[in-house]
Each structure stands twice: as structure tokens, then as C-alpha cells.
Design a protein around this ligand. Sequence first.
Ligand SMILES: [Zn+2]
Length: 72
Amino acid sequence: MLLKILLLVGVVALVYFIFFKKKPLTNSSQNGDDTGDEMVACHTCGTYVTLEDALLSNGKYYCSQECLVQQK
Ligand SMILES: [Zn+2]
């Protein structure tokens, strides 16, 4: 009986810990936007930029205007 309660508390604590740990990660970037820290690779040079900073052209992401122009 006691073991069951302990296990339940353990599971609840684990779930709470996961959610608590996850929260600060979502706003680790300065602006704290939901999509702010999602990284995409530049199609031309392969540099990783945040989805917010990336330029989208023809379904491909670019890190800067120069890379967008250089696209093959
Ligand atoms: Zn680039």
C-alpha cells in the first residue's frame, strides 16, 4: 500500500519536474516567443538561424538576404 503511494508520488513528481523543466526552455531566447528558439538551417550556407530570423523563399529557409539571392 505504502509502496503504491510512493510510486504515485514519484510519478506525479516526475511529471511535474518534466513540465517545470520544459517551461524555461521555451523562452530561453531573449524575446521569449513560442517559435523564437526553433532552429532551421540555411539552404545556401547551412548556418542555423532561428525560425523568426530566417527568410522563407520557395519553401526553403535562408539566413540572410545574400544567401537568398545566391540560391542555386
Ligand atoms: Zn546562409
